[in-house]
Design a protein around this ligand. Structure first.
Ligand SMILES: C[S@@+](CC[C@H](N)C(=O)[O-])C[C@H]1O[C@@H](n2cnc3c(N)ncnc32)[C@H](O)[C@@H]1O
Length: 340
C-alpha cells in the first residue's frame, strides 16, 4: 500500500515511500466508456470482497469483521491514498500488439502467478497426448512451444505480436513461428494433431470463429488444450494494462472473461468433446509482503495486493485463477460427419 516511509502498514509491515509521481490504480467505477483507476477504490473493493467471502464461507467472525472495518478506516485516512487520484482511461483504444510490445521482454519471468498455476496443469494434459505435429496458437514467447518440443512434437508457433514472437525465436531459433491472427491461421486443413492455446482467448471477443479455426486445422481425433483466465479473476484482478493509446491518453486493453458455458457453447457444435476441465486455484498465503515492489509499479496495479497481504489472502486465496480445458475433436473425418 502506498504511504509514507516508516509508517506501519495495515498489516503491520512498514509502508514504503512511493517515489514516482502519477497515480497507480485499478478499476473501481465504470461510466460507459471511461474507467476511473483508483488505488484507494481498489483496496476498498478488496476489503469488501474479503467481507463478502467471509460472510458466505462462515469465516467472518466478529474479530474478522472489526479488523476489516478498522482497515477501511485506515485506508480512508491514509494521506498518500487520498492524494492518489488515479487515472481515468478509455477501454479498448489500445491494441494487443501495443500492450505486448512492452511486456514481451519480461512476460514469463519468474513471479507471474498465473503462469505458475496454469503451467503444471497444461503440462500434465500435454504429457498424456500422442506425439505428432502441434500448433501453439498465440504462442507468445514460446513457453508451451518449448515444452511441446521437449515432448518430441514438430511444433509451429503463431502469434499476432512481433515482439512476443521475437522472444520465442530467440528461445527456439529452429522452430517455424508465424506472425498471424488466431482468426486466420496460416495452416491448411487437417494439418496438426494438437492445438494449444494458452492465456490468449481473453483477447478474443467471440470464441466461435477462433475455435472453428482450431477445428479446421486439427486432424480428426486431434486435441485442443485451452487455458484462460477464470471469470472470477475479472472481478478481483485489476485491469491488465494502462498505456497511452493512439491519442496519447491513458488507455485500457479490453479483455473478455467468460463463464464456462461459453466455451462449451462454442466447442461442442464443432465436434469437440470435453476430455478434461480444471479450475486451478490460487494457493494459500501466496502474497508475500516482502515481495511488494518499491516503488509501486505504474502498470500492474495487481501489485497493490502485496501491500495488504492479509486482506488480499482473505479475498483471493484458494479461489480459481484459471480454467484449463482438454477438448478432443471427433474421430470421423469432417467431410464424412453427418449434418448436425
Ligand atoms: C498472455 S500471452 C500468452 C502467451 C503464451 N500462450 C503463454 O501462455 O505463455 C497472450 C498472447 O496472445 C497473443 N494474441 C492475442 N490475441 C491474438 C490474436 N487475435 N491472434 C494471435 N495472437 C494473439 C498475444 O500477442 C500474446 O502473445
Amino acid at each position: 500500500m502506498p504511504g509514507v516511509a516508516g509508517q506501519a502498514g495495515l498489516c503491520g509491515h512498514p509502508l514504503k515511500q512511493r517515489k514516482t509521481g502519477g497515480a497507480v490504480g485499478v478499476c473501481v467505477r465504470t461510466v460507459r466508456w471511461m474507467t476511473c483507476l483508483s488505488p484507494l477504490g481498489y483496496l476498498l473493493a478488496i476489503e469488501g470482497a474479503a467481507l463478502l467471502r467471509g460472510f458466505r464461507e462462515g469465516s467472518a467472525d466478529r474479530a474478522f469483521v472489526e479488523t476489516r472495518i478498522a482497515e477501511i478506516r485506515a485506508l480512508l485516512d491514509t494521506p498518500a491514498l487520498a492524494q492518489a487520484e488515479g487515472v481515468t482511461a478509455s477501454p479498448g483504444t489500445i491494441s494487443v500488439t501495443d500492450v505486448y510490445r512492452s511486456w514481451a521482454p519480461h512476460y514469463d519471468a519468474p513471479g507471474n502467478q498465473m503462469i505458475d498455476i496454469e503451467q503444471p496443469v497444461v503440462r500434465r494434459i500435454l504429457d498424456g497426448l500422442p506425439v505428432g505435429t502441434a500448433l501453439d496458437a498465440a504462442c507468445g514467447t514460446g513457453r508451451h512451444t518449448t515444452y511441446l518440443r521437449e515432448l518430441g512434437h514438430d511444433v509451429i508457433g503463431v502469434d499476432v505480436s512481433p515482439d512476443m514472437l521475437a522472444q520465442a525465436r530467440k528461445r527456439l531459433p529452429d522452430v517455424a513461428f508465424h506472425e498471424a491472427d488466431l482468426h486466420r491461421l496460416p495452416l491448411p486443413d487437417d494439418a496438426v494433431d494438437t492445438v494449444v492455446c494458452a492465456l490468449a482467448l481473453t483477447h478474443v471477443p467471440d470464441l466461435a470463429p477462433v475455435l472453428a479455426e482450431f477445428a479446421r486445422v486439427l486432424r480428426p481425433g486431434g486435441s485442443l488444450v485451452i487455458s484462460d483466465a477464470h471469470l472470477l479473476v475479472s472481478y478481483l484482478r485489476p485491469t491488465l494494462a494502462r498505456r497511452p493509446g493512439p491519442d496519447g491518453r491513458p488507455s485500457l486493453l479490453t479483455e473478455h472473461h467468460r463463464p464456462l458455458s461459453a466455451y462449451l457453447a462454442a466447442a461442442l457444435p464443432l465436434g469437440f468433446q470435453v476430455r478434461q476441465c480444471e479450475e486451478p486455484r490460487r494457493p494459500r498465503h501466496s502474497l508475500d509482503p516482502e515481495t511488494a515492489p518499491d516503488p509501486l509499479p505504474a502498470h500492474m496495479s495487481w501489485d497493490l495486493l502485496h501491500w495488504c497481504p492479509e486482506v488480499s489472502a482473505a479475498a483471493l486465496d484458494d479461489s480459481p485463477i484459471a480454467v484449463v480445458w482438454h477438448f478432443q475433436l471427433d474421430g470421423v473425418r469432417k467431410a464424412e460427419q453427418p449434418e448436425r
